[in-house]
Write a protein that binds this ligand. Structure first.
Ligand code: URA
Ligand code: SF4
Length: 213
């Protein structure tokens, strides 16, 4: 079956993890994507944000949250008072999944399957162990399901501090950190009332800001 586990390094920090992930063939998504888009940010980040998978621009640049959704997310973080927080950004799935588009057109994002998310999850677990953030912000329902189980509904649980689920709590028994779910910035871009949706994202992120004060 699909699984990234055989590609995990036996030791090392985030740089070793990133180097190993560049060669991951744990599922077929590496075949059509440009490159692995691994997480970015300092190992000591108190705040970590996890999205679904890289988009078109992330795939080209090799960095998470650099496209339109990422720009909106960074604006929301600033409005929530987290503009100066050196956060760690990553995704549940590390390769861009898309429907090919005619030359010059933006490729259309396709949702990762449960098998692909499960295959890629070991990278996220290792990132979480190494960063061990005080707050993990989970962006959107897909990422929420990957971390909290298939019954997770972001609309029902957003904006409240939740306990860090195992195995993510493991490395921080003394102060295991908390999880906060909110909507995905792409959903804000697609919303009928964008201003209200943006305000909702900022309100949820403000809860994380209070913890990190
Ligand atoms: N959406 C995501 O979930 N992640 C990115 O890196 C960019 C867009
Ligand atoms: Fe490996 Fe994840 Fe890329 Fe699949 S999506 S090849 S599991 S890094």
């Amino acid at each position: 079956g699909y699984d990234a586990t055989p590609y995990l390094p036996s030791r090392g920090g985030l740089p070793a993890l990133r180097r190993a992930a560049a060669g991951c063939h744990g599922c077929p998504l590496f075949l059509d994507a440009t490159q692995t888009v691994f997480g970015t940010g300092p190992a000591g980040a108190r705040l970590m944000l996890v999205g679904e998978q890289p988009g078109d621009q992330e795939d080209v640049k090799g960095e998470p949250f650099v496209g339109p959704a990422g720009q909106l997310l960074r604006r929301a973080l600033e409005e929530a008072g987290l503009g100066d927080e050196k956060a760690y950004f990553t995704n549940v799935v590390k390769h861009f999944k898309f429907t090919p588009a005619p030359r010059g057109k933006r490729r259309i994002h396709k949702s990762p399957s449960l098998r692909e998310m499960t295959a890629c999850r070991p990278w996220l677990v290792e990132e979480l162990k190494r960063v061990a953030p005080e707050v993990l912000v989970v962006l959107g329902g897909t990422a929420g399901k990957a971390l909290l189980g298939s019954s997770f509904r972001v609309g029902e649980r957003r904006g409240v501090l939740l306990p860090m689920p195992d195995p993510f709590a493991e490395q921080r028994r003394a102060a295991p950190g908390r999880l906060l779910a909110t909507v995905h910035p792409s959903a804000v871009l697609r919303a009928d009332d964008r201003e209200a949706a943006f305000g909702g994202l900022v309100a949820d992120l403000s809860v994380a800001a209070r913890v990190l004060q």
